[in-house]
Design a binder for this molecule. Structure first.
Ligand code: C5P
Length: 213
C-alpha cells in the first residue's frame, strides 16, 4: 500500500521569528511511518518540525504551518491508498501575522493576538477520498483524537463528521510521551482499547488494522 502519514505539531507564525504551536513530539507519526515501511509499504511522511530522525526509506515532505501541511496533503493524497493524520494540526493561526518582528514597545497598549481557524485537513480528505471502482481500490482515511473528557463519545462524533475509516483516540497524557493507551473504532466495529504500550508497538497494530480494512 502507499501510505501518506502526517506528523508533528504545526507552527503558526505571529511574526518572522515567533510562532504558536503545541507539545506534539511527532513520535506517533514517525512510528507509524517506520511500522508501515517495515511491513513493506511505500510511505510519504509529511512532517512539521520535530527533533526526530526520519525513518530510512520514507519520502519526506517538510512543512511548518497548517496551511503548508494542507497544501502538501492535497498534492500527495491522490496517489495514496491510506492517509493517516497523526499530526497535531493547530486549530487556530494568527489572523494577521506581522511581516516584521514585533517590537516590545515602551508602555503602549499590550499587544493582543487575534486568531482565525485553520482548514480541517482531515475533513477535506474524508470528503474527497476515492471510493472503490473497477480500476481503483478505495482510499482509507484515518484520524486521531486527543480528548480529555468523554473520550469515546467525542472521538466517535469526529469520526462521523470527518467521514473516517478509523479513529484512534487518546488522552492528553499521550502528547510528547514515549508510550500511550489508545482506543480505536472503525465504522463497523465496536470500540476497543489497546494495552498501554510504546508508540512503536501501537503503530504496528494500527498499520495492521489499516491493511485489514
Ligand atoms: O477536530 P480535531 O482537531 O480534534 O481532530 C483531530 C484530527 O484531525 C487529527 O487527526 C488531526 O491530525 C486532524 N486535524 C486536521 N486539520 C486540522 C485540525 C485537526 O487534519 N486543522
Amino acid at each position: 500500500m502507499r501510505f501518506l502519514i502526517t506528523a508533528g505539531g504545526t507552527r503558526e507564525y505571529i511574526d518572522p521569528v515567533r510562532f504558536i504551536s503545541n507539545a506534539s513530539s511527532g513520535r506517533m507519526g514517525y512510528a507509524l511511518a517506520a511500522a508501515a515501511l517495515r511491513a513493506g509499504h511505500k510511505v510519504t511522511l509529511i512532517t512539521a518540525p520535530t527533533a526526530l530522525k526520519p525513518p530510512v526509506g520514507a519520502r519526506l515532505v517538510a512543512v511548518e504551518s497548517a496551511r503548508e501541511m494542507f497544501a502538501a496533503v492535497k498534492e500527495h493524497f491522490p496517489r495514496c491508498d491510506c492517509l493517516v493524520m497523526a499530526a497535531a494540526v493547530s486549530d487556530f493561526t494568527p489572523a494577521r501575522p506581522s511581516k516584521t518582528k514585533i517590537k516590545k514597545g515602551q508602555g503602549g497598549p499590550r499587544p493582543t493576538l487575534q486568531l482565525k481557524p485553520t482548514p480541517d485537513i482531515l475533513r477535506w480528505a474524508g470528503k474527497h477520498r476515492r471510493v472503490r471502482t473497477a480500476h481503483h481500490r478505495a482510499q482509507l482515511v484515518v484520524g486521531f483524537a486527543l480528548e480529555d473528557r468523554n473520550l469515546r463519545a467525542h472521538a466517535e462524533r469526529k469520526m462521523r463528521h470527518k467521514r473516517l475509516d478509523m479513529i484512534v483516540a487518546n488522552a492528553p497524557a499521550a502528547i510528547n510521551a514515549e508510550a500511550s493507551t489508545v482506543h480505536i473504532k472503525t465504522p463497523n466495529s465496536e470500540w476497543f482499547e489497546l494495552p498501554p504500550a510504546r508508540k512503536h508497538t501501537t503503530a504496528r497494530r494500527i498499520i495492521r488494522l489499516a491493511e485489514e480494512l
